[in-house]
Design a protein around this ligand. Structure first.
Ligand code: ATP
Ligand code: MG
Length: 720
């Protein structure tokens, strides 16, 4: 049988992995060494030489997109259909199992999958019904508790309530949540995995069927599997199935979501006769890029250890741009992409990577100005993000009370007891009388059409909007935006949710203040009041449809999303202490190493050119920061770097500790302060730190107000 076409394009080590005896196999290798390629070729080779049908293969990938590519690669290599082959993500495959065996899994035929937001809402509802104080026990906390337990394979019934109130409460809520989901016939993401695991474990016949069927189980990006995913692989493989895992401990970047690098060690123990293969030749990047990345990752302590080399000697140095500020940084990146295009490159060959989503806005702005098409992966463009639209809805409503879309969006956000029933009554009235929802509210409250509770809730909202309008009258645009997102309760709402996602939303909201600060009205907008001009600008930016999937456009994404991908030109923005490595990782060694791995992932996406940048001053989340360059830059030897502008200072390792003590809290308790609009008052509470610091001020004339320090223009008041 001719298999040469499968093996042609492989080096010796890769060939060993592809043609190794059908047994367990572990391919442990660095970025760009052909792990994914080996996995695909191994499937083709097995099918060809063992006469396996597509049915007998189960392959796990990191994204659905990767699954799709894998299929078409195999079809191309073998000229056959891959119909019947199970290829997908863990969640996708678990879902498929449950759909096929819903009865055995004790699910209704039409069971629904809850996404993370749905899950959160369900938990909130349960807490309310059980009268659990949600200021003491945060719904997000409950949510991650439940998901974590499920990821460990534990049901509520498995958990000893014990004596401490925390475990007791969590266990009780978990139990109630399980019952609710059971009744409603819904499953969340973690449940997909747990339930399909239980399905197989508790149905011997079914398990035997699948274990017989899947003779080969192959897993890409294994370093990011968690406990239950591991158990799932083990169970499906059974005694007979052969498991091949490929991964790179240096690219494990989901520890914060329960991924366990130790699973690699576990695999070696559990599948003791596994053949281990290391691939050391990198086919992706130039020697310069690779050496720089190797040096960087060598700063991590706990590594399985490996060196990568490449045939592609030399390569251009890595450009390092010390931007004056974030706008300068964005302009530089755009200029480099224009240059790339001028020299014959395609936009789609260029990727812009960043640590947090909020960074994309300024860069998007520059790209739009330059007329360069772009696409934001795994996320929405800034002005399309839900939290931003919420904030804009408030702004619009404050300007025009009759804005029905804005009204619908935020009348009950944050929750203030305006229910669907009230809203429906309002819609009917508005339709019948041909008035806005705002006008309908006022008329119906006056007419006594609502229950006392509903009327009160609605009145609170109306009063809020009127007060906000009054409050912002004399403020600058950015202060107006800051004032409204805080006093509408939006910032507080997201803050109370905890977790990375909620944190990102707060960051995005604060970034909206920066956007306002930097906003310059266009020619057509000169005559408009600033806020109105700003809203028009935001609407237009959001309306600009994202370039089509296959169009030639610049690729923007976080470094997490970039895993497994490669691009000829890569720009990584925002290499500053506190941003990357992220502030939240600085306190913990483990997290810092994970940030370094993330940087390694980012750098090793680059094939020909890598451009790094940092800004000496950055306006982010509505606050100006002066963070030193990232320590990661110092970990890359100078010989690989070409500094585009002289760096002013080098990062000394523990520089970040100085950050915290910088004078961010000039307004301590009891101090008298002055606000340009509200006059003098006394600070009565102080909360949070850095960009999130808030103070409550009791103003002599205007009563008590909460202000976010970063943008409230507070000055010490002179004593009278
Ligand atoms: P990552 O760790 O980033 O997921 P990887 O180890 O999975 O990387 P691949 O994506 O499989 O690496 O391969 C990296 C690049 O090198 C791809 O463009 C691939 O086509 C190419 N490549 C891999 N092996 C060879 C080879 N033997 N000859 C030519 N090109 C190769
Ligand atoms: Mg890969």
């Amino acid at each position: 049988m001719d298999v040469s076409h499968i093996l042609n394009s492989l080096n010796e080590e890769q060939r060993k992995a592809v043609t190794g005896d059908p047994g367990h196999m572990l391919v442990l290798a660095g970025a760009g060494s052909g792990k994914t390629r080996v996995l695909v070729h191994r499937i083709a080779w097995l099918m060809q030489t063992q006469q396996l049908s597509p049915q007998s293969i189960l392959a796990v990938t990191f994204t659905n997109k990767a699954a799709h590519e894998m299929r078409s690669r195999i079809e191309e290599l073998l000229q056959i259909s891959t119909f019947g082959m199970w290829v997908g993500t863990f969640h996708g495959l678990a879902h498929r199992l449950l759909r096929q065996h819903y009865e055995e899994a004790k699910l209704p035929k039409e069971f629904q999958v809850l996404d993370s937001d749905d899950q959160h809402r369900t938990i909130k509802r349960i807490m309310k019904a059980m009268e659990v104080d949600d200021s003491r026990w945060q719904p997000r906390q409950v949510q991650s508790y439940i998901n974590q337990k499920k990821d460990e394979g534990l049901r509520a019934a498995h958990i000893e309530p014990g004596y401490d109130i925390y475990t007791k409460t969590m266990q009780r809520l978990y139990q109630a949540y399980e019952e609710t989901c059971e009744r409603a016939g819904v499953v969340d993401f973690a449940e997909l995995l747990l339930r399909s695991l239980e399905l197989l474990r508790d149905n011997a016949g079914l398990l035997a069927h699948y274990q017989r069927r899947f003779q080969h189980v192959l897993v890409d990006e294994f370093q990011d599997t968690n406990a239950i995913q591991y158990a799932w692989i083990k169970l499906l493989a059974g005694q007979e199935g052969k498991v091949m895992i490929v991964g790179d401990d240096d690219q494990s970047i989901y520890g914060w979501r329960g991924a366990k690098i130790e699973n690699i060690h576990r695999f070696s123990r559990d599948f003791a006769d596994a053949m281990t293969i290391r691939l050391e030749q990198n086919y992706r990047s130039t020697q310069t890029i690779l050496s720089a990345a190797n040096q960087l990752i060598s700063y991590n302590q706990d590594r399985l250890g490996k060196e990568l080399w490449t045939d592609v000697s030399g390569g251009d140095p890595i450009d390092l741009y010390a931007a004056f500020n974030e706008i300068d940084e964005a302009h530089y990146i755009v200029a480099r992409i224009e240059q790339w295009a001028r020299e014959g490159g395609r936009y789609s060959e260029a990727a812009i990577l960043y640590r947090s989503n909020a960074q994309s806005r300024v860069i998007e702005d520059s790209l739009i100005q330059a007329g360069i098409p772009y696409r934001v992966y795994g996320g929405l463009r800034f002005f399309e993000r839900a939290e931003i639209k919420d904030a804009l809805a408030y702004l619009r409503l404050v300007l025009h009370h009759d804005d029905d879309i804005g009204f619908e969006r935020v009348v009950n956000l944050p929750t203030r007891g305006v229910g669907n029933k009230t809203l429906e009554q309002l819609r009917v009235y508005a339709r019948e009388h041909n008035v806005s929802l705002w006008q309908a509210s006022i008329a119906m409250i006056q007419a006594g059409d609502f229950t006392a509770r509903a009327a009160r809730a609605l009145q609170i909202f109306i009063d809020l909007i009127i007060t906000l309008k009054d409050d912002i009258e004399d403020l600058e645009l950015d202060e107006q935006v800051g004032w409204i997102i805080t006093n509408s309760g939006l910032v507080e709402h997201h803050k109370s949710q905890k977790g990375e996602k909620a944190q990102a939303k707060v960051e995005n909201l604060e970034e909206l203040i920066t956007a306002a600060k930097q906003f310059e009205p266009g020619e057509a907008e000169q005559e408009l009041p600033a806020l109105q001009a700003f809203l028009a600008h935001a609407a237009l930016e959001a309306g600009e449809a994202q370039a089509a999937k296959h169009a030639d456009c610049v690729q923007m994404m976080t470094m997490h999303t970039a895993k497994g991908l490669e691009f000829p030109l890569v720009c990584i923005a925002g290499l500053e202490e506190g941003l990357f490595p992220h502030q939240m990782s600085l306190a913990e060694g483990n997290r810092l190493e994970e940030e370094r791995r993330l940087c390694y992932v980012g750098m090793t996406r680059a094939m020909q050119r890598l451009i790094l940048s940092y800004a000496e001053s950055r306006m982010l989340h509505g606050r100006q920061t002066f963070n030193p360059p990232s320590r990661f830059l110092d970990e890359i030897p100078d010989e690989f770097l070409h500094e585009v502008r002289a760096r002013k200072q080098k990062a000394v390792a523990p520089r970040f500790t100085q950050q915290k003590s910088s004078p961010e809290h000039p307004h301590s308790l009891g101090r008298r302060v002055r606000h340009p609009k509200f006059g003098d008052g006394v600070v009565v509470s102080v909360e949070g730190q850095g960009a999130h610091a808030r103070v409550q001020v009791n103003f002599d004339q205007h009563g008590s107000k909460w202000l976010v320090l970063a943008y409230a223009k507070l000055e010490p008041a002179t004593m009278v």
